[in-house]
Design a protein around this ligand. Structure first.
Ligand code: FEO
Ligand code: CA
Ligand code: CA
Ligand code: CA
Length: 606
């Protein structure tokens, strides 16, 4: 059936058509603007307003990049000022926007791409990674970055951070530069994110393996995907990325990092209790007794879904008393059963084969080698777990499984029910008890796809809720349930598969799906409606709203992305595909945050 009355109330906007245009499109009655483009000044306290200005030839230095918004915006969160501001109207006009910068396109980052590769170029690349903390304000309907803000901050691949939790000080984390195993430089490949009830930001290290090289790849490096080459080529000028010389340096990445956006001098902390995987996001909820629960996906084909349950309850009376909360607790990995049930299996040293003679000396080693420990427990291999979202009223949890075309072992009632899963799906579970429960029940919320596909396996089941067949999509990635209970779905079809006559003339599989997009779903009726389409060659990622729900922020990542490695080094290539957001005079496409409001100032989506 089509969407019923409940969906009509929840999704009160007119869905838009698919698009292959090089722009952002939103429903009638909505408007959009961009802020926080790659290279925009962050508004650093001691920098003159508007400086260092972005150079359209990408000629800014590494030092300038460290005072500018990084590249490839990804997960983000809007924090109120102050952190516990309960005045929704005031808190929604000025706040902190914290943004991940997942990775960079080194063909775009410099005037001449990767020619003349140098230590300076490596440093600029490192400074374009990490996280931006921006103070932003709305005036006259326009949002802008506040200049000379005491909060403005860049965290990069070189920012000193502390290691916390059970693996801190572990021999596997010790290096020549840090013989104590407690201090590390930087964070990178910060994909999705999380945020805690005490007002801190969680940034998640995903494909960290791609920055290291090892002449000889042992089983542990191989399990995490470290190879004998790296497209980023940092190791040529920064020896810590040569895992042959510094074999423990890769162990210091793949963690969740907690950042206090309200304290610009606070040292970020890698929370090892949350495990070491290719962390997509870290979605926080609370159990009935106030313990904190963090859901996390490991984004690689055949990897697992995890959750962490803190030992202690969080303290609402003094936010700083929560500063060690994520260092103590139990990490679990999910096993999905064919009968629709499931169990959370604890990754605890000494139990269930996680013992010294199986290669796990202690809890620190269980955490450094989280994937191998989960293998021992018999966790369920999934089709690339990306974002996880918790429904604030029902407690249901949603996880996007973006796709997996390399598997052919699907079984009936499998949580990954399609072999050659081209379009991906969203799985949902309900804990048997509160969020800290050790058992759950699951179902598949939606199989993405196009009912018009010639291949039955690729048709999906989106039509069951929309006979008009316009709101088809592929590759769900970003997920968030807003306070009204709308499930927002962001897509990341890779550019090599994207249908666009100029970009990829051979691919017609996504002809009805078009550019990557943002959709809204009603969890009860499963009605899905397209809300936004992005420019050519981008993915849509990152999502947050102001507390009054009248301003929505999403990220456009890698507009104009080239098709493959052969173009990695060609700075001219992306301009052929996209000039978003600045047009041809802008010099090059730039990742940016899109701010969406209603022209009548109303609540988004209602
Ligand atoms: Fe960085 Fe799994 O997306
Ligand atoms: Ca993602
Ligand atoms: Ca993705
Ligand atoms: Ca991405």
């Amino acid at each position: 059936a089509a969407a019923g009355p409940a969906a009509a109330a929840l999704l009160g906007f007119t869905g838009i058509a698919a698009s292959t245009e090089d722009t952002v499109r939103v429903p009638a009655g909505y408007r959009w603007q961009v802020i926080a483009r790659w290279g925009d000044p962050i508004g650093a306290l001691d920098a003159a307003p508007g400086t260092p200005a972005f150079r359209t030839d990408a000629g800014n230095s590494a030092e300038e990049q460290a005072l500018q918004v990084g590249m490839h915006n990804d997960g983000m969160h809007y924090f109120t000022l102050p952190w516990d501001n309960a005045d929704a109207a005031g808190a929604s006009r000025r706040g902190l926007l914290v943004i991940n910068h997942e990775y960079v396109d080194q063909g775009l980052l410099y005037p001449d791409g990767m020619q003349g590769w140098s230590a300076d170029k490596v440093r600029k690349s490192q400074h374009a990674h990490g996280v931006s903390v921006l103070e932003i304000v709305e005036q006259g309907g326009e949002w802008r970055i506040v200049p000379q803000s005491g909060y403005a901050r860049r965290i990069t691949a070189n920012t000193p951070m502390r290691i916390g939790g059970p693996a801190a000080g572990h021999p596997l984390l010790c290096t020549a530069a840090d013989p104590e195993g407690r201090q590390v430089l930087g964070t990178f490949n910060n994909c999705a994110n999380g945020y805690t009830p005490w007002g801190t930001y969680l940034t998640c290290e995903e494909n960290f393996n791609g920055y290291f090289v090892a002449a000889s790849v042992d089983a542990d490096l191989k399990r995490y995907g470290v190879k004998d080459r790296s497209d980023y080529r940092w190791h040529e000028h920064d020896a810590r990325f040569d895992a042959g010389q510094h074999p423990h340096e890769p162990n210091r990445f793949g963690w969740v990092v907690e950042i206090d956006p309200y304290a610009p001098d606070a040292v970020p902390v890698k929370r090892t209790a949350l495990g070491r995987i290719k962390h997509e996001g870290a979605t926080v909820t609370t159990a009935a007794d106030g313990r904190v629960v963090v859901y996390m996906g490991d984004d690689q084909a055949g990897e697992y879904i995890y959750k962490f349950v803190s030992r202690d309850a969080w303290d609402a009376t003094d936010r700083l008393r929560n500063r060690h909360l994520l260092d103590h607790g139990t990490l679990y990995v999910a096993r999905f059963e064919a009968d629709g049930g499931g169990r959370w299996l604890p990754l605890v040293h000494g139990a269930d084969g996680l013992v010294a003679d199986k290669g796990f000396a202690d809890q620190g080693e269980v955490l450094v080698r989280t994937r191998q420990a989960a293998d021992v427990l018999g966790a369920t291999r999934m089709d690339r777990p990306e974002w996880i979202a918790c429904h604030p009223q029902s407690g249901e949890v949603y996880c996007s499984l973006t796709n997996n075309t390399g598997r052919a072992d699907a079984r009936p009632n499998d949580p990954n029910p399609r072999d050659k899963n081209v379009h991906g799906h969203i799985i949902r579970w309900r804990e048997r008890g509160d969020a800290a429960a050790e058992a759950f029940a699951w179902d598949v919320f939606v199989l993405a796809g196009d009912p018009a596909s010639e291949v039955a396996n690729n048709q999906g089941n989106v039509t069951r809720v929309n006979p008009a067949n316009t709101d088809v999509f592929s590759a769900p990635d970003g997920l968030w349930v807003d306070p009204r209970g709308v499930l927002w779905i962001e897509t990341d079809v890779s550019t090599s598969r994207l249908y666009h006559p100029e970009l990829n003339p051979k691919s017609t599989e996504l002809r009805n799906i078009g550019n990557n997009q943002l959709l809204a779903a009603d969890p009860a009726s499963k009605a899905i409606r397209r809300f936004l389409t992005g420019p050519v060659g981008c993915e849509i990622t990152g999502i947050t709203m102001t507390p009054d729900l009248r301003t929505l922020f999403v990220n456009v990542q890698h507009p104009g992305e080239p098709l493959g490695d052969s173009e990695f080094n060609d700075p001219a290539k992306p301009m052929k595909y996209s000039t978003w957001p600045d047009g041809p005079a802008g010099g090059r496409p730039r990742s940016a945050t899109v701010v969406i409001t209603r022209t009548d100032g109303g609540v988004i989506g209602s």
